[in-house]
Design a protein around this ligand. Structure first.
Ligand code: FA5
Length: 363
């Protein structure tokens, strides 16, 4: 026997329709709309679904009319849902007004910055050494195998170590202010206590300064390298930069010869770059070596100038208190960036100092 009459059922559907349409109209955002959709049109427990179940309770002859009305109701609610969706989408919720934000309590504010917090794994990027640093480490390794220990010196130098002891007298053009970064104490902002007139300091223009510092400190024999920054007001181009690095080498002992200098530089080149690299020595001039050479190495189809070298000038040995009758020595200074460029096939030195991670992460 039927438990629900047709009239009751139809009345219930009318009431439901009114209610539901009202609820859809009142929705102000997508979240509310979704709640109302689930409440009425939800596939499992929606009100419409429950009402559909009750169709079974009607007498068989009443079912077609009731079913028809039910289908109408369903379509009406689905249309109301669509319309509400469009209305909500067309009027995006404005940001909460600033006034309201300011009134919010501390618990609504973002958490305070915690410098000890570990960021999520995805944000952690593994760093790597700058290619020039990698080159410096490798150069030290190779030279250590050839018996050279590492020495060091300051980047801010006095004229004695940068020039005079290296046989570069006061009037020499290499000391021209246009070719060096002299430090001017006159620019200091704080008033300075009266001082004795000191030497005009400068950023070292070559690592040859370390030759002097080492020999001043210890007697021969010395066999050292010094790797570090040097500064020159050079215009940047593909092979020059105003700040660059040099590796200085110095070997002083009884009976050191030019043949040994050439052998050490050739060995360095082949141990660093491989047996196919060729080394060329061109006659040159440096005030602190005699004779002097320019050192080139093959790269691509030509030669790249790597550095200068020569036999330590007797005047330099004298300046540091060595006896040029007892000892001789050789010295060389290689451009580290040039070595790095040949090592990695970099054809413009400026790329090394642009701090472009896309470039740097290749090494
Ligand atoms: C010198 O600096 C000498 N002190 C080298 C030396 C040492 C000679 C010991 C004899 C005995 P030079 O100015 O040529 O030499 O520089 C040496 C190397 O530094 C150059 O061959 C080049 O490889 C590199 N170099 C020079 N200027 C720059 C620059 N602006 N940017 C990058 N590399 C440079």
């Amino acid at each position: 026997m039927a438990t629900t009459t047709l009239d009751d059922y139809l009345a219930q559907l009318d009431q439901l329709q009114q209610q539901a349409l009202q609820r859809f109209r009142e929705c102000r955002n997508a979240q509310e709309l979704e709640q109302v959709r689930v409440e009425y049109l939800g596939a499992k427990r929606g009100v419409l679904r429950q009402v559909q179940q009750r169709l079974k309770e009607l007498a068989p002859e009443e079912k077609p009319q009731a079913g028809k009305r039910f289908n109408e109701l369903k379509k009406t609610l689905e249309a109301a849902l669509e319309e509400a969706k469009q209305r909500v989408a067309a009027s995006p919720q404005p940001e909460k007004p600033a006034k309201e934000k300011r009134r919010r309590g501390a618990e609504d504010l973002p958490p305070p910055f915690d410098p000890t917090a570990v960021p999520p794994q995805a944000q952690l990027r593994l760093g790597r050494l700058h290619p020039v640093t990698q080159t410096i480490r490798r150069m030290k390794e190779v030279m250590a195998r050839l018996g050279f220990e590492v020495a060091d010196g300051p980047e801010v130098e006095d004229p004695w170590h940068n020039f005079e002891a290296l046989n570069i007298p006061e009037a020499h053009p290499a000391r021209d202010p246009l070719d060096n970064f002299y430090l001017s104490t006159a620019r200091l902002t704080e008033p300075q206590p009266p001082q004795e007139e000191g030497p005009q300091l400068l950023l070292r223009s070559q690592t040859s300064t370390v030759q002097i510092r080492v020999m001043e400190k210890r007697p021969a024999p010395v066999r050292v390298i010094a790797l570090g920054r040097v500064y020159r007001p050079d215009t940047a181009d593909a092979t020059h930069f105003p700040m660059f690095h040099q590796m200085e080498g110095l070997y002083v002992d009884r009976g050191v010869t030019m043949a040994q200098l050439k052998t050490v530089l050739r060995l360095f080149a082949s141990m660093f770059f491989g047996p196919e690299v060729q080394v060329r020595f061109r006659p040159s001039f440096f005030p602190f070596t005699e004779p002097s050479v320019e050192v080139d190495m093959t790269w691509k189809d030509g030669w790249i100038e790597m550095g200068g070298a020569g036999m330590v000038d007797p005047a330099v040995l004298q300046a540091v208190g060595y006896d040029p009758e007892q000892v001789t020595g050789f010295a060389f200074g290689l451009g580290v960036e040039r070595v790095c460029m040949r090592q990695y096939g970099i054809d413009d030195i400026r790329l090394l100092y642009r701090n472009d991670v896309r470039f740097l992460q290749q090494f």
